[in-house]
Write a protein that binds this ligand. Sequence first.
Ligand SMILES: [Fe+2]
Ligand SMILES: [Fe+2]
Length: 265
Amino acid sequence: MAFDIDRYARESQALRWEDLDLDAFRRDPLPPETLRVLRYMCDVEFHTVCYLRDMLVTPSRRDGEVSTFMTIWNREEFWHGEALSRVLALHGITIEFDEVKARRIKVGWRDRLAPVRQSVLSNIVGKDFIAVHMTWGALNEWSTAAGYKRLAALTPHPVLETLLRRIAAQESKHIAFYTTQARARLEGNVKAQRLVRLALRTAWEPVGSGISREEDVDFVLSHLFSGPDGRKEVEAIDRHLSRLPGLDGLRLVSDAVDARGRVAA
Ligand SMILES: [Fe+2]
Ligand SMILES: [Fe+2]
């Protein structure tokens, strides 16, 4: 496979942001809409550990490359959450990782049963489940990267832009891993292709759904992806997805934005 997992694990470094002129946010604060999106993204980044937990009861845990990747990836997403929470704190909005975890635990049975359900389902479909996991991961990473790109474009702020560019550099490695894996696992495997199509069509929802309130999901989709430039990004994601083996014709992100991104930004 083209992705060098050992090198990725060796070279992964904490996201740098201490060197940035963070006081710029005091002099030149971000607008409320941008803060609302950042808060959403911070929540998503901090929730990666819950997603990891759900995936560690599936066949993915027995795959060496996948489990190595997930260990490093989880750490990198945590750093993204930390950096964003620092920016939010400078605007008087506090999101602590522990609070997010506590909130998550309080979600209740539905949430606690999720890994169990996941395990039963994934063990029935066996190894092909990993194809679902990898394609799902690719779609989420494409979405996240597009979100950061749009946010930077919508909010010209030199320090925010630098920070988001650094985050995006790590996100692009996540994209590379998931897409390399997804392509290899879908190639020539009609059963896996059918399973992935079914899982995505019936269960995939935009990144942040199930973590954030519905109105926040609608707001963020609308704010980032309505208008011609936003649309272009969304269509690019669908294009990337539909180029994976056996996934032609899927337009999940465009459909989600049409259905949910309807509020005025
Ligand atoms: Fe991230
Ligand atoms: Fe990522």
